[in-house]
Design a binder for this molecule. Structure first.
Ligand code: DAH
Length: 342
C-alpha cells in the first residue's frame, strides 16, 4: 500500500507540473481525487489493512490528498495568471498607429441648393412632396389648362410612351399640382422637387433631364400679394437680405395672372454684365395665381378658394450659386469637379 501511495504521489506531481492549461488540471483532479479517482480507490482499500497499518496509511493518504489539492490549486492560479497575461498581450491596442481614414463623399451642389430651398419653405409651413416622373398627359397638360392642340404638347418637345400621347415623361413638376389638389385636404401648402424631361440637345445650358421645384398654395383669400411676399422671403434666404427682385407679366396656361420673377444681378448690382448677359436681372422662376379652371377641375370651388403657384429650375440656381459655367458638369459627376465642394 505504501508503495502504491508513493508511486501515485510521484506520478501525479509530474503530471500536474506538466499540465498546460486549466482543463488539463481539472482532468487530473478527477483522475486522482474524483469519486472514481485513483487515490479514492486506494482509500477504499484501507479496510483490508491490519489495525496497526491502517492509521499510518490513512495519515499518509490524507497527506498526499492535501498535497495534491494544494499543488493543483497553485498550478491553477499559475496557469490562470499566465493566460491572462497572454490575453492582455494579444489584445493590446497600439493607439499610436494611424487609423484607416475613410474618404467621405461630398454633398452634390444641387443638393446643397435643394436643401436650402426645402428648409426655407418648411420653415414657412410647407410640406415637401414627391411625385411620379412617368405621368399622364392629362395631369401634365390637360388639367393644367393646356389643351390637346397646344404647342407645348408637340412630339418634338415631349417624350411620349404611347402612340396616342397619353403617357409621357413629365415635362414640368406642375403635374403634381393636380395630384396635390386631388389628394390633399385644404388648405394646401406644398413644394414638390423632382426631375423633368424635355427633348433638348445637351449643351452648356440644356439637358433632356433637369430638376424643378414646384410650389402650390391653396386657401381662402390667397392673392398675388402672398405670392410676392413668400417668394421675396425665399430670395432673401437664398441671396441675402435686401436682395432686389421684380415680377414681370408673363403667360402660363394654368395661372392667371402669370409672371416671371427676376433677381437683380448680384455681380453688377443691375448695371448689366457678363453674368446677367447685360440685362441687370436674372430670371429665376415662373409663377402666378392658379387659374380658376384648374381649381374647378380638381373639385375646388374658385369662388371660395384661391391659390398661387410657382416653378423654378434648380440647375440654374445651382450654377449661379456656385459660379459653374457649364450645366454638363452638374450631371457628369466627375469627382475632380465634385471634390471642389468639400
Ligand atoms: N411649369 C412651368 C415651366 O416649366 C413653370 C411654372 C410657371 C410653374 C408658373 C408654375 C407656375 O407653378 O405657376 O416652365
Amino acid at each position: 500500500m505504501k508503495e502504491q501511495l508513493e508511486a501515485l504521489r510521484e506520478a501525479s506531481r509530474a503530471l500536474i507540473d506538466e499540465a498546460v492549461d486549466v482543463e488539463a488540471l481539472e482532468a487530473l483532479r478527477v483522475r486522482y481525487l474524483g469519486k472514481k479517482g485513483e487515490l479514492t480507490a486506494l482509500l477504499k482499500q484501507m479496510g483490508k489493512l491490519s489495525a496497526e497499518e491502517r492509521p499510518v496509511m490513512g495519515q499518509l493518504a490524507n497527506r498526499i490528498r492535501g498535497e495534491l489539492e494544494s499543488r493543483l490549486e497553485e498550478r491553477r492560479s499559475d496557469l490562470a495568471a499566465r493566460a491572462q497575461e497572454e490575453k492582455l498581450r494579444e489584445e493590446t491596442v497600439d493607439v499610436t498607429i494611424p487609423g484607416n481614414v475613410t474618404r467621405l463623399g461630398v454633398k452634390h451642389p444641387m443638393n446643397t441648393v435643394l436643401d436650402e430651398i426645402k428648409e426655407a419653405f418648411v420653415s414657412m409651413g410647407f410640406d415637401v412632396l414627391d411625385g411620379p416622373e412617368v405621368e399622364y398627359a392629362d395631369y401634365n397638360f390637360t388639367r393644367l389648362n393646356t389643351p390637346a392642340n397646344h404647342p407645348a404638347r408637340e412630339w418634338t418637345d415631349t417624350f411620349y410612351f404611347e402612340e396616342d400621347s397619353s403617357i409621357l415623361l413629365r415635362t414640368q413638376t406642375s403635374a403634381m399640382q393636380i395630384h396635390a389638389m386631388e389628394e390633399r385636404e385644404l388648405p394646401i401648402r406644398v413644394i414638390i422637387p423632382g426631375r423633368v424631361y424635355r427633348k433638348d440637345e445637351v449643351d452648356a445650358t440644356h439637358s433632356p433631364m433637369f430638376h424643378q421645384i414646384e410650389g402650390l398654395v391653396v386657401d381662402r383669400g390667397v392673392t398675388m400679394a402672398d405670392l410676392k411676399g413668400t417668394l421675396n422671403l425665399l430670395v432673401e434666404k437664398l441671396y441675402g437680405k435686401g436682395t432686389v427682385t421684380r415680377f414681370r407679366p408673363h403667360h402660363f396656361p394654368f395661372t392667371e395672372p402669370s409672371c416671371e420673377m427676376d433677381v437683380q444681378c448680384h455681380e453688377c448690382g443691375g448695371k448689366g454684365c457678363r453674368v446677367c448677359k447685360g440685362e441687370g436681372w436674372i430670371e429665376i422662376l415662373g409663377a402666378g395665381v392658379v387659374h380658376p379652371k384648374v381649381l374647378e377641375g380638381c373639385g375646388i370651388d374658385p369662388n371660395v378658394y384661391s391659390g398661387w403657384a410657382f416653378g423654378m429650375g434648380l440647375e440654374r440656381l445651382a450654377l449661379r450659386r456656385f459660379n459653374i459655367s457649364d450645366l454638363r458638369l452638374i450631371f457628369e459627376n466627375d469627382v475632380r469637379f465634385l471634390e471642389q465642394f468639400r
